[in-house]
Design a binder for this molecule. Sequence first.
Ligand SMILES: *[C@@H]1O[C@H](CO)[C@@H](O)[C@H](O)[C@H]1NC(C)=O
Ligand SMILES: *[C@@H]1O[C@H](CO)[C@@H](O)[C@H](O)[C@H]1NC(C)=O
Ligand SMILES: *[C@@H]1O[C@H](CO)[C@@H](O)[C@H](O)[C@H]1NC(C)=O
Ligand SMILES: *[C@@H]1O[C@H](CO)[C@@H](O)[C@H](O)[C@H]1NC(C)=O
Ligand SMILES: *[C@@H]1O[C@H](CO)[C@@H](O)[C@H](O)[C@H]1NC(C)=O
Ligand SMILES: *[C@@H]1O[C@H](CO)[C@@H](O)[C@H](O)[C@H]1NC(C)=O
Length: 770
Amino acid sequence: MGRVSKSRIPLLLLLLAFCFFCFNSVAADNPNFACDLVSNPGLSAFGFCNTSWTVEARARDLVQRLTLAEKIGFLGHVTAAVVRLGIPSYNWWSEALHGVSYVGGGSRFSSLIPGATSFPQVILTAASFNVSLFRAIGKAVSTEARAMHNVGQAGLTFWSPNINVFRDPRWGRGQETPGEDPLLGGKYAVGFVQGLQDNVDDPVRLKVAACCKHYTAYDLDNWKGVQRYTFNAVVTEQDMADTFQPPFKSCVSNGVACAMCSYNQVNGVPACADGGLLAGVIRGDWKLNGYIVSDCDSVDVIYNQQKYTKTPEDAAAITIKAGLDLDCGSFLPSHTLAAVQGGKVTEAQVDNAITNSFVVLMRLGFFDGDPRNLAPYGKLGPKDVCTPENQELARDAARQGIVLLKNFDDALPLNASAIKSLALIGPNANATRTMIGNYEGVPCNYTSPLQALSAVVTTIYEPGCATVKCSPNDLHLDGAKIAAARADVTVIVVGGDLSVEAEALDRENLLYPGEQGTLINEVAKVAKGPVILVIMSGGPFQIKQDKFNEKISSILWSGYPGEAGGAALADIIFGRYNPSGRTPFTWYDQEYVEQVPMTDMRMRPDPASNYPGRTYRFYTGDPTYEFGYGLSYTRFYHNLVKAPEKLSIALEEGHPCYSEGCNSVDLSGSAHCSGLQFDVHLQVRNSDGMAGRHTVLLFNTPPAVHKSPRKQLVGFEKVFLEPNESKNVVFQVDACRDLSVADESGNWKVPLGSHVLHVGDVTHTLTLSI
Ligand SMILES: *[C@@H]1O[C@H](CO)[C@@H](O)[C@H](O)[C@H]1NC(C)=O
Ligand SMILES: *[C@@H]1O[C@H](CO)[C@@H](O)[C@H](O)[C@H]1NC(C)=O
Ligand SMILES: *[C@@H]1O[C@H](CO)[C@@H](O)[C@H](O)[C@H]1NC(C)=O
Ligand SMILES: *[C@@H]1O[C@H](CO)[C@@H](O)[C@H](O)[C@H]1NC(C)=O
Ligand SMILES: *[C@@H]1O[C@H](CO)[C@@H](O)[C@H](O)[C@H]1NC(C)=O
Ligand SMILES: *[C@@H]1O[C@H](CO)[C@@H](O)[C@H](O)[C@H]1NC(C)=O
């Protein structure tokens, strides 16, 4: 998303000016709600208003009542009213990445509802590894969205979540994603989308419609002059199968109502014009029950920037034929009529596209009259937004995600009653706006680190640098050093903000911006007490030097922690909450980005060219902190109670592997999988005097065939343990689903031989044979 809001501003203004004119001239007739039978009983004759019909029949009825020109109008995200049929105008573009947002214009804030709960940016929520939390946030957001919709402040179609794999640490939008692991990404997508969409009354109905984006292989915005609009992502079939497809497959096959195609090309074909990916995979293989929307102006980009088609009509035709249903922008409304008249796309194909979109609106109750009369969400209103419960959930989400990376000598938690003064240093120490990242709304309230820490102990605030860019002129070491030398403890809050990592802004290196590194070192050197370093950022920095700096006792990573981020940090720093977050990405050193161009999509290492591979699944180097790493204030022990040592696959005599021997077998869709489910049974014990949550991550190292990952997450569970308590954790593993690997052509195979399962420092070898 983005182009409409940036380069398209004049066009949008024009559009708004035009609509202002058109609303004014027909204002009396422009309906408030579709199928408003109370104020217009004549509409009850229309089948599309008849709630006893199926949503599909209603959508078909509506489509056959429209003229071709009207139909084509419904291919763009801002649709005009059809007064004749009692249909109001609608803006499809709303966002709710981590709270209802004003981005897109379909939702807005006013004096009636001035703000909405702003949850942590997704990268931090993902670090909680708690699927119930993903769902709980989605549910709270959709309740606030419905409440806003009922008073005319929000749409019903939200283009969230962003589930692209965080492939490269420099990506400015990594903060929006659930991190670098495809399994975690898929679980995040399913949990959050269910929370947004699930309607308590009826599975056909939607509370609001979510959208998984950006399909696919999109994770470069603007790096050294390479732009997402024209970037051709060259992706192998193997990487496509086991890295880029899985989160989207989970999302779509578990019922999301929308998928968005991305700006970039994939192997030479614009993603939004790729019939194999859209009609073939998303709608065909994964059975999307919903609509496919373009990223904003991406159809325009195909013609004007990529020069992929000779004419604008050709761009309209190829995207519709590829399976695109809705254009974020006005390119399809402008050029599809000529495409139909020129025989490049048929009216039936246009009908098909808008029917997919209308079915979703039907499921949302858009065609059921006044939403305030519609059960079960009609009674929601301003009182249901920014409730104490939702704001507490925002704080809890931040606590659940924050990762303790280093804690030398158990410097944390701090004992508040033993501390007379705390020095608070760093450009993010009094962060407010920075805490909510991008795709933001107006939060209910902020609690900055300064506010939250100073509520507990006497705090001397000396930022040292006013902004994260921290130029040499901006660096004011003296006050910061004096404060640190006097105080009993020093907390330094550094990191990024949207001026260094954002949409349309990738980083070029992993070093702290400007003089922040100097600030950390100089302050740590003179500090009297323990030094707690807090990194507030969406992506990783090189922090090896801080890990090995003996003057730095503890390191916390807080992501962009949302409106209550300061309170959550104080909860952790003062031991009111025992941290349990795990890093959702690898912490590389600067050397990594000097070695690896961001444009190289390959996940797997290539020793011949010194290419080290990407993410914990393939990276051959030594990261400062690995994906899944995170400490607690207590020690947890794992014990393997039960897991099989051998599994054998029964193949019939005619099978090629039976006679020749194989290093892997293709069991896709076969009956052979039926005997291959088993439980991994663990006992987890909290050995210390403090209650806490523990994140249990089950990894598998498959046999080294087909350039398989060195390690792959198979499952995760989060458990709460009282002091000294033990609990059982059982993972249900299906060898076909969980232990298979994608081969060089992207086909899933079960490798034979030794699979090493690991949880923490417990390892278990499982041998698969025929
Ligand atoms: C709605 O559809 C049902 C089933 O087709 C039909 O019996 C009913 O008369 C329709 N309602 C109206 C108001 O036309
Ligand atoms: C997971 O999140 C849910 C929802 O916020 C919360 O109730 C639950 O306690 C969390 N689980 C653990 C183990 O912390
Ligand atoms: C915290 O500090 C106070 C005052 O020094 C002390 O009495 C108390 O025992 C300490 N608490 C812990 C848990 O160490
Ligand atoms: C902290 O930030 C808030 C919000 O931007 C601002 O009003 C306040 O003055 C800042 N506090 C200090 C001590 O600078
Ligand atoms: C906003 O947050 C601050 C700091 O946590 C708190 O003191 C204040 O009461 C909150 N305001 C509202 C309106 O909730
Ligand atoms: C935990 O167990 C140890 C050893 O069995 C015991 O000494 C300690 O008192 C227990 N702690 C709690 C909080 O129950």
